[in-house]
Design a protein around this ligand. Structure first.
Ligand SMILES: [Fe+2]
Ligand SMILES: [Fe+2]
Length: 288
């Protein structure tokens, strides 16, 4: 299959509405500067399942508010439009891609654990470096590998070849894809995000997280997610081994040198945050 055929098949399978209507509408509404809290609240409240999940999320330690947030409009006032949009997107996408029909051997729970890890480390890096909004980096980290789920669900044969090469040749998923497929999971994920009309910064971050380039809509966000991904993939707190950061885009390594040099100090507390974020976002009883 060449890349044109691959994209054609991709467009066919992505015709299936995977993003819940409410998440899609909320995302669209937030691209409009004139939107009122009332309109946004009403749209979210059309999906009561999303409402209960959002309220659990905003009342958790994750956002760290002392007083209880009881309604969606209160959440919007306290957290802001952008954060609420990201919260709606997070719960919707995890739900939409719970991987009921994915490739055997590909553990969707491990996939989301990795994604929540990159999201949490990305949020931490953004807070430390002030290079981008931490909350935007969280959602970008959460979605960065979404193309892998598309591959595992709709391109099983291709996914199987890549999976076998990872296992047999000791390659990374991305390297194996480069050898075997006309498109990689980053391009597929970027294509999906563009179809969903997500913000351009998110589309670019997903699309280029393995191949950072200048001229994207938010280079800082892209570099943060790129670095967070490598940290999560290489940092093994228990083994005490040094991390291999040789694959980091040089400009990102330079800007984030203080964070990279101290990673073994700050990673353990962030790992605890990853655990609680997983508890919160991935527990089946909290899914709607
Ligand atoms: Fe990736
Ligand atoms: Fe990743």
């Amino acid at each position: 299959m060449d890349s044109k055929k691959f994209y054609q098949k991709l467009d066919r399978v992505l015709g299936i509405p995977t993003l819940p209507v409410v998440a899609f509408k909320v995302n669209k509404m937030l691209q409009d500067y004139d939107i009122s809290i009332n309109e946004l609240t009403k749209t979210i409240e059309k999906d009561q399942a999303i409402v209960s999940k959002i309220l659990r999320l905003v009342n958790s330690a994750f956002y760290g508010f002392q007083s209880k947030i009881e309604t969606v409009s209160h959440a919007v006032i306290v957290l802001g439009f952008n954060t609420v949009r990201n919260a709606v997107l997070s719960v919707s996408v995890i739900k939409a891609f719970s991987g009921k029909d994915s490739f055997e051997g590909f553990d969707i729970k491990d996939f989301w654990r990795h994604s929540v890890g990159v999201a949490t480390v990305g949020r931490h890096l953004a807070g430390q470096t002030r290079l981008d909004n931490p909350d935007d980096c969280f959602i970008a980290g959460l979605l960065h590998d979404i193309g892998k789920v598309i591959l595992s669900e709709y391109f099983k044969e291709s996914f199987g070849q890549v999976w076998a090469s990872v296992r047999d040749d000791g390659l990374s998923f991305y390297e194996a894809e480069k050898n075997l497929l006309p498109l990689n999971h980053a391009q597929i994920g970027g294509h999906l995000a563009a179809k969903w009309q997500l913000p351009l910064s998110l589309v670019d971050t997903i699309r280029y997280h393995h191949a950072v380039r200048e001229g994207v809509s938010n280079l800082n966000q892209l570099m943060i997610v790129h670095v967070a991904d490598i940290i999560v993939n290489t940092h093994n707190v228990d083994s005490g081994t040094a991390c291999d950061f040789s694959n980091i885009y040089p400009k990102a390594a330079k800007i984030m040198r203080p964070q990279l040099e101290t990673v073994s100090d700050w990673f353990p507390p962030v790992a605890t945050e990853i655990e609680s974020a997983c508890e919160l976002l991935l527990k089946p009883e909290l899914s709607y």
